[in-house]
Design a protein around this ligand. Structure first.
Ligand code: GAL
Length: 671
């Protein structure tokens, strides 16, 4: 993939407009004017591509690809497996999904197929290979968009058998399964593999090890299906490059595993900008975490495959984006390592459930429509900052976010069943670091820690023995480790560790967990410190862990309840490094000063001076992006940033040279 530009584009569904050549011709003209360089083509076009079994109709697509190519627009060609034609489901009902209640779905909706079904796999193979043979070597086709937002699960008999086979492979014997799942509990011993069934509302829900393994299996099987799609293409065109669009904080697939099987990581972002209960900075921080995750899953630039240039239509309240917000969202992507900014979708559908979802071209078909104008403006900005494309990010801090941990943590039935909001814990650490201008990447328990200066393990409830060893060595060799409450509690099959916890880390942290108290919503415990560098008073919420000091220095302690005086934040020297422990969840604002303290002398900010409130800085290679996440004009150094605007600097020696200062996008309904 050439890295000469930041790719800019949208999902393009011309199959909805084949009877309107005027619309197709206008598409090309408007794409050129908006500097569109790529489209994801034909994601849901199977019924048009194969209207009858074995009768392929690809000529319309050939013309579209040629016309796009002539206009300088490249194609990210979709395999259409996300939705299938009606004839297929009538003839082969096994392609349809079966729910956890064991009822098979009817034809309808999309993403409604079984990942195991040999018939579905065969049909997908035939379709994908038709596309590959016809278009795989077209100079305009630069990438394959594998299906769409893989996800969901199927509980049919084929999937049950595949699950049992996966367990056999993993554990070898049924005795090992029973041991790993502690299935003596409630007499759940499985006499042999044939007794094992996926969780069901009218069946099993209490064997946590089984539920965890089911989630792992679903993730595995989905990725296996994706690999099947990829390999079908590569049988015809071996050099095919593939991507898949991942979803925000989606629970159902371990995206670290998925990313290994694709050439480019991409994700779909639908942030709730302008929500009255969030500031722009709040929404931007949430989005930044996700950008960092999708950069990290491959450790290389990603694409934002979908985002909406205006209001969506499926959120409880689908708010519009104020003038300039769409440009900010696009540039924020690039600032975090994005080399592609694409929309869902190019042109608004005329009917069905997405007819009011914004698109680059609206129903009015006008190029003086505000949304189109702003999209076109972003197109020209992305051209100007093209040299940043391809730039990688420096390893500074890493936050551990592990899918297995999330699955186990959320199913733990522990002190708070009302939800632990794992994401909010992660975001606090991310925000604390990034507000100090420190680069954050997201890692899991398979990751190599080499190169990072700071590793943060928030709520690492499920701590694998091998990862524990990695953390120990990391600190021993000079790294800084931060571990929070509710970490190191269970092993990888969700069995509680016996002995002191956090498991195998008590000597590294210099603390030992004694007990944990759960807080109701809104309930907090006062915490105090004498340190000048931290807020003097803070409040613990969600879970308050009570730990014994075993060598660590307390930096903050509880100041109320029966555990008053117990440590809240501690510091401990271990080997050549340091380990910090945080016993509860504190206010969001606490984490900026906390990480300033922790990171001092360890890692430096990409911005030379103190960042004003609401202004973030992030670096890509030699470029630094200064981002105003407020609705006001802000001065940073000698530059005034307009609301939601960014400036791009280039590092030259010790100096930062301004290379791009974004003008404010102004729009008024009054001419
Ligand atoms: C995505 C999906 C798109 C479109 C979009 C609407 O989840 O991949 O096809 O439906 O949502 O926001």
């Amino acid at each position: 993939m050439p890295h000469s530009k930041v790719y800019y584009g949208a999902d393009y569904n011309p199959d909805q407009w084949l009877d309107r050549p005027d619309i197709l011709a206008q598409d090309i003209e408007l794409m050129k004017k908006a500097n569109i360089s790529v489209v994801s083509l034909g994601i849901f076009a199977w019924a048009t591509l194969e209207p009858e079994e074995g009768k392929y109709n690809l000529d319309w697509m050939a013309k579209i690809i040629d016309d796009l190519y002539a206009a300088g627009v490249r194609v990210n060609l979709a395999t259409p497996s996300g939705a299938r034609p009606a004839w297929m489901t009538r003839k082969y009902p096994e392609v349809l999904r079966v729910g956890a209640n064991r009822v098979r779905n009817l034809f309808g909706e999309r993403h409604n197929h079984c990942y195991t079904s040999p018939v579905y796999r065969e049909k997908v193979k035939q379709m994908n290979q038709q596309l590959a043979a016809r278009f795989g070597r077209h100079p305009g086709v630069i990438m394959w968009h594998l299906s769409n937002e893989y996800g969901g699960e199927c509980h049919c008999e084929l999937c049950q058998e595949a699950f049992r086979g996966w367990l056999r492979e993993k554990y070898g014997t049924i005795e090992a399964v029973n041991k790993a799942w502690n299935s003596k509990f409630w007499s759940h011993d499985y006499p042999d593999f044939s007794y094992i069934e996926s969780p069901a509302p009218h069946g099993e829900n209490s064997v946590h090890g089984l539920k965890l393994d089911w989630k792992r299996f679903v993730s595995h099987q989905t990725i296996d299906f994706m690999k099947w799609e990829r390999d079908c293409l590569r049988e015809i065109v071996p050099e095919s490059k593939v991507c898949a669009n991942m979803m925000y904080f989606y629970d159902g697939i371990d995206y670290f595993d998925m990313a290994k099987e694709i050439d480019l990581a991409t994700w779909d972002a639908y942030p709730t900008w302008h929500k009255p209960t969030e500031t722009i900075e709040d929404t931007a921080i949430d989005t930044a975490f996700m950008h960092d995750l999708y950069y990290s899953v491959k450790g290389q630039p990603f694409w934002l495959m979908e985002n909406c240039p205006g209001p969506t239509n499926w959120q409880p309240i689908s708010k519009g984006k104020k003038p300039g917000m769409n440009i900010f969202a696009g540039l924020q992507t690039v600032a975090h390592g994005g080399d592609g900014v694409l929309y869902f979708q190019w042109r608004q559908s005329q009917g069905s459930s997405e007819k009011f979802h914004a698109a680059v071209v609206s129903h009015d078909c006008r190029e003086d429509n505000r949304i189109y104008m702003e999209c076109a403006e972003l197109g020209s900005i992305l051209k100007e900052i093209a040299p940043v494309a391809g730039a990688k990010r420096e390893k500074q801090a890493a936050i551990v976010y592990d899918w297995s941990n999330k699955w186990a943590l959320e199913d733990a039935q522990g002190p708070r069943n009302k939800g632990l909001s794992y994401k909010h814990e992660l975001l606090r650490h991310h925000q604390g670091l990034t507000q100090n201008g420190i680069d954050v990447q997201i890692i899991n328990q398979d990751s190599d820690l080499t190169g990072y200066k700071v590793v943060v393990a928030p709520m690492l409830y499920m701590l694998r023995e091998d990862f524990c060893e990695k953390l120990r060595r990391f600190v021993q060799d000079g790294g800084v480790l931060v571990v929070t409450y509710w970490s190191g509690v269970v092993n990888e099959t969700d069995l509680c560790y016996l002995g002191d916890t956090p498991h195998n880390l008590t000597d590294v942290l210099g603390v030992r967990r004694m007990e944990i108290d759960a807080m109701y919503d809104g309930e907090t415990r006062r915490c105090v410190t004498e340190s000048d560098e931290l807020p003097q008073v803070a409040h613990g919420s969600i879970l308050c862990e009570v730990a014994a000091l075993e060598g660590a220095q307390p930096l903050m302690v509880y100041d109320e309840d029966y555990f008053s005086g117990a440590p809240v934040v501690t510091e401990h020297a271990f080997g050549k490094g340091k380990a910090y422990y945080i016993a509860t969840r504190l206010e969001r604002d606490f984490y900026k000063p906390l990480y300033r303290l922790i990171c001092e002398d360890v890692v430096s900010s990409c911005w030379p001076t103190h960042l004003p409130e609401g202004v973030h800085a992030s670096a890509r290679g030699e470029y630094v992006f200064l981002q105003n996440m407020t609705e006001a004009y802000v001065w940073a150094e000698n530059l005034e940033l307009a609301p939601y605007c960014m400036a791009v600097y280039k590092r030259e020696g010790d100096a930062l040279v301004l290379v791009y200062n974004q003008p404010e996008f102004k729009w008024s309904p009054i001419k």
